[in-house]
Design a protein around this ligand. Structure first.
Ligand SMILES: C[S@@+](CC[C@H](N)C(=O)[O-])C[C@H]1O[C@@H](n2cnc3c(N)ncnc32)[C@H](O)[C@@H]1O
Length: 223
């Protein structure tokens, strides 16, 4: 493994904002904070928002800076990416955000019915492998286990096929479509429906002239 990556893994270990649950322990039983993350980790009862597949955490950090009255958790399997967001959080002592290094596949073992919003920003569209898409029915079932009634799922993507596929899955699960556009930047009220935070991925796609699809789905009641 590259030395730089190893050093980042070591630094992550020392960051109080990075939690790295063991997958083996999660197979044995739920995470100890499950069902009480806001209370246990953040010491308050504020709404809880996840960014799944957060990469370097740019979006999650942007949200946390903009909404001090909510708690944010960025989830990604890649420690060397999370490191960037975590370093910023540590250096700036942000109290309302942390990162969990884990596979999204385990989220129902880590969180209970306690999440107000989930963000999926620029997930890999996986054109050849539907089951692996982060909005496939397998993942959607997991999200609905952890989202509260009336909870929201936001998707921001440059892939229209992924957005259209997600709409089909949403219909299958009886989710309400609150917002849907295949060209976010054509909307005058875009900042009202989607916070104006751009990750490096989004900046690159915009520079290439790609359109940004945005979708907000709402859980009608408890799943
Ligand atoms: C294309 S990147 C987008 C990162 C970020 N959302 C952004 O816009 O900058 C997708 C991220 O999802 C993560 N990811 C994909 N599948 C995952 C899974 N099953 N569990 C955890 N992380 C996953 C990858 O490690 C990667 O960092």
């Amino acid at each position: 493994m590259a030395r730089k990556k190893l050093l980042r893994f070591e630094e992550n270990d020392g960051f109080s904002s990075v939690l790295q649950p063991s997958p083996y322990k999660l197979l044995e039983g739920p995470h100890p904070y499950r069902g009480k993350w806001s209370e246990t980790h953040f010491g308050n009862l504020n709404p809880l928002v996840l960014e799944l597949g957060c990469g370097r955490g740019e979006y999650a950090v942007g949200l946390a800076l903009a909404s001090k009255d909510k708690n944010f958790i960025g989830v990604d399997i890649k420690g060397s990416r999370l490191y960037h967001g975590a370093k910023f959080v540590e250096e700036n002592s942000l109290p309302n955000i942390c990162f969990v290094r884990t596979r999204i596949d385990y989220i129902a073992q880590i969180f209970d019915n306690e999440i107000n919003e989930i963000w999926l920003t620029f997930p890999d569209p996986r054109p050849e492998r539907k089951r692996k898409r982060l909005t496939s029915p397998i993942f959607m079932e997991r999200y609905l286990k952890i989202l509260k009634g009336h909870g929201l799922l936001h998707l921001k993507t440059d892939s229209k096929p992924l957005c259209d596929y997600t709409l089909e899955v949403a219909q299958e699960f009886g989710l309400e479509v609150l917002h849907h556009t295949d060209d976010l930047y054509s909307l005058e009220n875009r900042d009202e429906i989607c916070p104006p935070i751009q990750t490096a991925y989004e900046k690159r796609y915009l520079a290439e002239g790609r359109k940004i699809n945005f979708l907000t789905l709402k859980v009608k009641n408890n799943f």
